[in-house]
Design a protein around this ligand. Structure first.
Ligand SMILES: Cc1cc2nc3c(=O)[nH]c(=O)nc-3n(C[C@H](O)[C@H](O)[C@H](O)COP(=O)(O)OP(=O)(O)OC[C@H]3O[C@@H](n4cnc5c(N)ncnc54)[C@H](O)[C@@H]3O)c2cc1C
Length: 455
């Protein structure tokens, strides 16, 4: 196989950068990955930073393409639905899909990232450089300047092209901003932040609450969620206003925190033995949506993953979308290499951007909308009737898919199409459910026909 002289430079060995390295390695391309942090396989993870993630079919498709899916799923916990916890402690299970064959997977972020790095490193044409922060990019010479985090030694590295997989605060994107005419970006911050808490495994290593569910305590202005880990513990995330009457700012004493949790999340409290320490010590994370008008620079550079489209986590799609980027970029490279033997980066990047940008925008918007849905609507009777109706429709008609299913379980439908069709369906179903008190009063076949007319 023909290989280029200089390596493809990937900045960031996170989820997207490591997966992209595997895709490129399989094509026989030389790859050098520069990561600012130490090698996570030699470290213990710091507490309080998004320990587990929901992996769904778009991410699964990409992991299958590079041949690591089986290994990844070995450690995953399937979640076929949401378990809603009312203030009184009443539980209600709401399936995500039509039956238990449709589920999302709770996986360890660190475990997955380590697995991807090891899989990429198993190819002799891939080299990882840890502790090396990209501090400058020169697009004309296609070089990056890296700085060792301890010695501060700087090195200029030349590549065939540069892939920015360096997350929401991307240095590659910042360099584009400084160099590309007409380039602009902005972050829309939510007024809510998040804090992670932990439900440990029971003494005998079991799960303290239902294992196979994504638990939600929806409470209007805020919510608590919990995702299972393979070791019996759950990682909980409190999404909460940063400021105001009830906020991270206002819960400033152990007494206030304890009283608040006992009032709002009473059934969770006995399972949160370290609540007060964790609340005091774990950081508050920020939540924002990145909008940038360009992800590419001629044949010199491209952005993937959060570097291009960081989104809020409420559709559980940030990583899945990032993995889909890698798959899409890989397909564009394959097409180019098939035509002429070596990658024509300029046309590859143009095609990738054309294909992915609208989808990045769509999932960014969907994720913000789902924040309000998870927070308020799941406890709202009209929304619950709508979910019940959708569930019946999905069971009775193979070709009906709710918006959630389109986004989560249908990787062959783009985010853009899923969003457009899903929103039209939602509007109709909410209207129908507003006017009745029981979905059984609706003629399901008439509803189905109305929905079909929307396609
Ligand atoms: C609370 C929370 C929950 C989430 N839940 C889900 C979920 O359930 N499902 C889902 O699909 N997504 C979820 N996400 C989103 C998901 O975490 C991200 O979309 C995903 O991590 C993006 O991967 P990435 O590789 O693009 O970026 P990152 O994972 O941020 O990786 C970027 C890498 O680049 C490195 N880096 C940064 N700057 C430099 C530099 N200058 N030089 C060299 N290296 C650099 C970083 O150290 C890091 O290793 C969640 C996010 C949050 C915050």
């Amino acid at each position: 196989m023909k290989t280029q002289d200089k390596p493809v430079l990937i900045v960031g060995a996170g989820l997207a950068g490591s997966l992209m390295a595997i895709y490129l390695a399989k094509k026989g391309l030389q790859v050098a990955v520069y990561e600012s942090r130490p090698d996570m396989r030699t470290m213990t993870m710091s507490a309080g930073r998004s320990i587990n993630l929901a992996l769904s079919d778009r991410g699964i498709k990409s992991l299958r393409e590079v041949g690591v899916l089986k290994q990844v799923l070995q450690e995953a916990v399937p979640m076929p639905g949401r378990m809603l916890h009312s203030k009184e402690g009443v539980l209600k299970f709401a399936p995500y899909g039509k039956d238990s064959s449709q589920y999302i997977n709770s996986i360890s972020r660190g475990g997955l990232n380590k697995l991807l790095i090891t899989a990429a490193e198993s190819y002799e044409n891939v080299t990882f450089y840890f502790n090396q922060s990209c501090v400058d990019v020169d697009f004309e010479s296609v070089t990056i300047t890296t700085e060792h985090y301890q010695t501060k030694e700087r090195v200029v590295v030349a590549g065939a092209t540069i892939i920015g997989g360096d997350g929401a605060n991307s240095a590659v994107r910042q360099a584009m901003l400084n160099n590309l005419e007409g380039y602009s970006d902005r972050v829309d911050w939510l007024e809510h932040g998040y804090k992670e808490l932990n439900i440990p495994a029971t003494k005998d290593g079991g799960f303290a609450i239902e294992k196979n569910a994504l638990h939600i305590w929806p409470r209007g202005e805020y919510m608590l969620i919990a995702l299972p880990n393979a070791d019996g513990s759950f990682t909980c995330t409190l999404f909460f206003p940063n400021q105001g009457n009830i906020s991270f700012e206002s819960l400033d004493t152990p007494e206030k925190i304890k009283a608040f949790f006992e009032e709002e999340f009473a059934d969770a409290v006995p399972n949160l033995p370290h609540l007060l320490e964790e609340f005091a010590n774990n950081p508050v994370g920020k939540l924002g949506t990145l909008h940038c008008n360009n992800w590419i620079y001629e044949d010199k550079a491209v952005l993937i993953g959060d570097a291009a489209h960081a989104i809020v986590p409420f559709y559980g799609q940030g990583m899945n979308a990032s993995f889909e980027d890698c798959s899409a970029l890989s397909a564009c490279i394959d097409a180019s290499m098939e035509q002429q033997g070596t990658p024509d980066w300029k046309s590859i990047y143009a095609q990738y951007f054309e294909h992915r940008k609208a989808n990045g925008d769509a999932i960014g918007d969907l994720a913000v909308e789902n924040f309000y849905e998870m927070r308020d609507h799941v406890a709202n009777p009209v929304f619950r009737r709508k979910r019940e109706l959708e569930h019946t429709l999905e069971n009775d008609y193979d070709d009906y898919h709710s918006k959630y299913s389109l986004v989560t379980f249908k990787p062959d439908v783009s985010y853009k199409v899923a969003s457009e069709l899903g929103n039209k369906q939602d509007k109709l179903l909410m209207k129908l459910c507003q006017d009745i008190d029981d979905v059984k009063k609706l003629d399901i076949n008439t509803v189905y026909k109305q929905l079909k007319a929307l396609r």
